[in-house]
Design a protein around this ligand. Structure first.
Ligand code: NAD
Length: 484
């Protein structure tokens, strides 16, 4: 029996599996075949209300928030161990749901999720306030306290990792959580509800409501019982979520869209650069907020790199995500495939030259698109400026370091960026000038739970991973004790 058949596909509220109040269910589609594989409950406002109430009750009864950081850390450590013990099933589930290559699911999604819970366990151990030196005749100290009920809303592309990057620090700090995964990819969230319970997380501390954004997501955003909103998704929905939170004066973290530039200087090691460039734009079939879809190349090496890419990219293995050699699987849904097709069509109209790819791959009825390289587009082209979120790379030349930085910073986004150079001084100088939450030098997608990531400009605000993430799930209280 496969993992998705063992999961109940119901809502997880107050430690119990239950159907939606109105009995609604939604299909879950395997993107590698375009076929329905199972259904899950579709939460309505009444279900969201029940989940928030369960989280509130669990918070107020202190069964979690009243534990010491070390006790919470011990349980989070067990979560990491359970993820590792169930790695094969979790990887298979994530691959089935999102269409990710199974090799990627094991090496990246499952591994990072386990590492993140382990990291959060350590953070829980080290949660502390500080005594403050003051001329008052008083003992003054700070306490780091949880915020209460956290609404975690996550996107379709890294369901396991991005749920963990919210639930992990939220739990480490003593909060309770209502998680709404993306409607397209809900399966690993339900699986994790079972593992969290098995690890010892008390009933009601983590609740999972599967459902659509406009109904379940909106009800969660607007629920007065929620104390903090942790959102990852598109800039458009994030803007809306932030405005709802602003009206209610609730703290938010916003992890939004990206459109990163990858700068290749003339002194770069071109052999290594090619690997990094391909990884940056095909990783997760280009459905990677921190992907590198905009390649900026110093003019002296522009044509050489373009012709190396023209040869290498068609050789990237695209196909069935269950095969271990597959590097690029299908897009996660038909609407994402159509969006990519529209952008490539637009590129043709805007005068772009399709160097390779530029079409679907017909395979088993799945949502496949060939990795595509486009040259010759002007910088103000929509294809360059907007987030395509597919395996598409645009390539532009530059003539100076200043021009490279200006082009890199010219979109509304600022999530990630990358530099290829052998010049150490240039690497650090340019890293400081790029408007982005993370800069990779001489490789791409080097991610670890100890290293914070997040956006500037339209890519959002707040950081996930690292101690910065824990700070976003706590508030400081000062206590001043008279010594008179
Ligand atoms: P999306 O914005 O469509 O959906 C994200 C989540 O919000 C989903 O759970 C969705 O159901 C929910 N939602 C939609 N409408 C809502 C509403 N009115 N109220 C409350 N919730 C609502 O994003 P997506 O298509 O799932 O994900 C892709 C986007 O996410 C891309 O833009 C990508 O760059 C971004 N992303 C950002 C990061 C990051 O760390 N910055 C990471 C991954 C993905």
């Amino acid at each position: 029996m496969t993992a998705y058949e063992t999961e109940p596909g119901r809502l997880f509220i107050g430690g119990r599996w239950r159907e939606a109040a109105d009995g609604a269910r939604a299909d879950v589609v395997d993107p590698s075949r375009g076929a329905v594989v199972t259904t899950v409950a579709e939460a309505g406002p009444a279900d969201v209300d029940a989940a928030v109430r369960a989280a509130r009750q669990a918070y107020d009864d202190g069964a979690w928030s009243g534990l010491s950081g070390r006790e919470r850390g011990r349980i989070l450590h067990r979560v990491a161990e359970l993820i590792r013990a169930n790695a094969d099933e979790l990887a298979a589930l994530e691959s089935l749901d999102v269409g990710k290559p199974i090799t990627l699911c094991r090496a990246v999604d499952v591994t990072n999720a386990a590492n993140d819970y382990e990291h959060c366990a350590a953070l829980a151990h080290s949660l502390h306030g500080a005594q403050r030196d003051t001329p008052l005749n008083a003992l003054a100290y700070t306490r780091r306290e949880p915020l209460g009920v956290v609404a975690a809303i996550t996107p379709f592309n890294f369901p396991l990792i991005l749920a963990g990057s919210k639930i992990g620090p939220a739990l480490a700090a003593g909060n309770t959580v209502v998680h709404k995964p993306a409607d397209e990819t809900p399966l690993s969230a339900l699986y994790m509800a079972r593992l969290l319970t098995e690890a010892g997380v008390p009933d009601g501390v983590v609740n999972v409501v599967t459902g659509t954004g406009p109904v379940a997501g909106e009800a969660l955003l607007r629920h007065p019982g929620v104390d903090k909103i942790a959102f990852t998704g598109s800039t458009a929905v994030g803007r809306h979520a932030a405005s709802v939170a602003g009206e209610a004066l609730k703290p938010v973290t916003m992890e939004l869209g990206g459109n990163a530039a990858h700068l290749v200087f003339a002194d770069a090691d071109l052999e290594k650069t090619v690997g990094a460039v391909i990884k940056a734009f095909v990783f997760n079939t280009g459905q990677f907020c921190m992907g590198g879809p905009r390649l900026l190349v110093a003019r002296p090496v522009h044509d050489t790199l373009l012709s190396i890419l023209a040869d290498a990219v068609p050789g990237v293995p695209v196909g069935d995500p269950r095969r271990p050699e597959t590097v690029v699987g299908p897009m996660a849904g038909e609407k994402h495939l159509k969006k990519v097709e529209e952008y490539v069509e637009l590129a043709r109209k805007e005068g772009g030259r399709i160097v390779c790819g530029g079409e679907r791959l017909d395979l088993d009825g799945g949502y496949y698109y060939r990795p595509t390289v486009i040259a010759g587009l002007p910088n103000d082209s929509r294809v360059v400026q907007e987030e395509i979120f597919g395996p598409v790379l645009t390539v532009q030349p530059f003539d100076s370091e200043d021009e490279a930085v200006a082009l890199a910073n010219s979109t509304p986004y600022g999530l990630a960026s990358g530099i290829q150079t052998r010049d150490l001084a240039r690497a650090h100088r340019v890293a400081g000038r790029l408007k982005a939450g993370i800069v990779w030098i001489n490789d791409w997608a080097m991610l670890d739970p100890a290293v914070p990531f997040g956006g500037v400009k339209d890519s959002g605000f707040g950081r996930e991973y690292g101690p910065e993430a824990l700070a976003a799930y706590t508030q400081v209280k000062s206590v001043v004790v008279s010594l008179d």
